[in-house]
Design a protein around this ligand. Structure first.
Ligand code: SAM
Length: 214
C-alpha cells in the first residue's frame, strides 16, 4: 500500500468525523472499566518509572490524555488529524496537543517516560508497524512503559463511513496479540502483560503492556 495514500486517506477520514467522534466517545471511558483499569496500571508504571512526559499517540479528541492527566500523568497528545487536534485543544485547553504521525514521530530520542497508542495502530498497515515501533522505542526512555490497544482478529476491512454516517476511507486492521508481541520484541521491547477485553464478542479488544529494553 502506498504510504502517502493511506496516511492521507486516514487523515482526511478523521478530519471529517472528528467533531462527531468526539461527541460519541466523550463519556466512553465511564463505561469501559477494564480500559480504565489498564490506564490506572499504566499511570502507576509511569510514576514508578520516575514520572515525566507521556505521549498519547493517535490521541483523537484527547479524552484518554485528559483521563491520564487526572491520574497525575504529564500526558500530551499527538494525532494525524489536525481537526482532531483542534477538537482536543477545544475540549482540553489546559493540555498540550500536536499534529503528527506515529510513522515519523517528531520527538527527541528518549524524551518521554511512557507512550500509549489506544485504537490508533489499527489504521497502520503491517508493513509500516516495524517503523512505528522503532519510533516508539527511540522516543521512550530505557525502561519506559508502553501501552497498546488494538482490535483482535485476522482481517483488514475498509471502513467507508462512520460516526453518524460521515464518509470515511480508512482501513481497520485486526491483529493477533502474538503477532503484535513479536513485532514489539523485534523492536527492542519486553512484553510484560496482556489483557483481552470482551473475549466473547466477535472483535475483542487487546491491551498489551510492554517496556523499552535498556
Ligand atoms: C479510532 S481513533 C482512536 C482515538 C483515541 N485514541 C481513542 O481512544 O478514542 C484513531 C485515531 O488515530 C489517529 N491516527 C491514525 N493513524 C495515525 C498515525 N499514523 N499517526 C497518528 N495518529 C493516527 C486518527 O487520526 C484517529 O484520531
Amino acid at each position: 500500500m502506498n504510504a502517502d495514500r493511506w496516511l492521507a486517506d486516514t487523515r482526511t477520514s478523521y478530519d471529517t468525523v472528528a467533531v462527531s467522534y468526539a461527541d460519541q466517545i466523550r463519556e466512553a471511558l465511564a463505561g469501559a472499566p477494564y480500559l480504565r483499569a489498564a490506564l490506572a496500571l499504566f499511570a502507576d508504571l509511569v510514576h514508578t518509572a520516575g514520572g515525566g512526559p507521556v505521549a498519547d499517540v493517535g490521541c483523537g479528541p484527547g479524552h484518554v490524555t485528559a483521563h491520564l492527566h487526572e491520574l497525575g500523568v504529564d500526558a500530551f497528545g499527538i494525532d494525524l488529524s489536525s481537526v482532531m487536534i483542534d477538537v482536543a485543544r477545544r475540549d482540553h485547553p489546559h493540555l498540550r496537543f500536536e499534529v503528527g504521525s506515529m510513522t515519523d514521530l517528531d520527538l527527541a530520542d528518549a524524551s518521554v517516560v511512557g507512550l500509549l497508542a489506544i485504537w490508533s495502530l489499527i489504521h497502520v498497515p503491517d508493513e509500516a508497524v516495524p517503523t512505528v515501533f522503532d519510533h516508539f522505542r527511540r522516543v521512550l526512555r530505557p525502561g519506559g512503559p508502553l501501552l497498546l490497544g488494538f482490535h483482535v482478529g485476522d482481517e483488514s476491512r475498509l471502513k467507508t463511513q462512520g460516526y453518524g454516517g460521515h464518509p470515511m476511507n480508512v482501513h481497520v486492521h485486526r491483529r493477533q496479540p502474538d503477532q503484535v508481541a513479536a513485532w514489539l520484541r523485534d523492536a527492542g521491547f519486553t512484553v510484560e502483560a496482556r489483557m483481552l477485553i470482551d473475549p466473547d464478542e466477535s472483535v475483542p479488544g487487546a491491551v498489551l503492556f510492554a517496556r523499552r529494553q535498556s
